[in-house]
Design a binder for this molecule. Structure first.
Ligand code: SF4
Length: 179
C-alpha cells in the first residue's frame, strides 16, 4: 500500500517542498507535444532521452495508464544567465534521481523518475540510447514522453506560463511515477 507520507518526507528532505499527487490517468499525453519536439526543438535527434530516441506517443500513454500515483514536483528558478541553465538542470536532475533510488530501495519497485528538463548529465549528449554515457542514470523529461505539462500541472493546481525571457522565473516539473 502506498505510504504518501514517506514520499512527502522524502521530497522535503531532498529540497523539493512543493509537490502534488496526481493519478496516471490525469496525465495529458498528446500528439501535438511530439510534433513540437519534431518541429521546433533543437534537441530532436540530438539527445538520447528525447524523440526520436523514445517510445511512440501511444506507448507513452500506456505507460502513464499503468501508474495510479504520480508525485509532481515543482522546481522554480530565475537564472541570471541563460548559459547557467545546463548546469542548473544537471544539478537538479541528479538530486531528483536520489528520490527514485530511495523509493525503489523502500520497496516501490515501479518507481521511475522523469527529469524536470531534458537529460543534461553530460556536456555533450551522444544522441543515441546505444551510445549513452550514463544509461543507468539517464531519464527523459515528461515533455519527451509527449506529456502536455501545461495542462497536466495546471489541472493539479500548479502554475505554468509561457515565458518571454530569462528575467522571469521558470517553473519546471519533474514526475516521480510511484506505483
Ligand atoms: S546521460 Fe549523457 S549521453 Fe546519456 S542521455 Fe544524458 S546527456 Fe545524453
Amino acid at each position: 500500500m502506498l505510504d504518501k507520507q514517506f514520499f512527502e518526507t522524502l521530497a522535503r528532505n531532498h529540497g523539493f517542498p512543493e509537490f502534488r499527487w496526481i493519478f496516471g490517468k490525469d496525465v495529458h499525453v498528446c500528439q501535438w507535444v511530439r510534433f513540437k519536439c519534431m518541429f521546433g526543438c533543437e534537441s530532436f535527434g540530438h539527445n538520447a532521452c528525447c524523440p526520436p530516441a523514445v517510445p511512440s506517443v501511444s506507448v507513452c500513454r500506456e505507460l502513464f495508464a499503468e501508474y495510479g500515483h504520480i508525485l509532481v514536483l515543482r522546481i522554480s528558478q530565475k537564472l541570471a544567465e541563460p548559459n547557467d541553465r545546463k548546469a542548473w538542470s544537471r544539478k537538479k536532475n541528479l538530486e531528483l534521481l536520489a528520490l527514485e533510488r530511495e523509493a525503489f530501495l523502500a520497496g516501490y519497485h515501479k518507481a521511475m523518475l522523469l527529469f524536470m528538463d531534458e537529460c543534461r548529465l553530460c556536456d555533450e549528449c551522444t544522441g543515441t540510447r546505444a551510445d549513452c554515457r550514463k544509461p543507468s542514470m539517464a531519464r527523459p523529461c515528461p515533455e519527451a514522453l509527449a506529456v502536455d505539462v501545461f495542462s497536466t500541472v495546471r489541472s493539479a493546481g500548479f502554475p505554468l506560463e509561457v515565458l518571454a525571457g530569462y528575467s522571469q522565473e521558470m517553473n519546471r516539473y519533474a514526475f516521480l511515477l510511484v506505483g
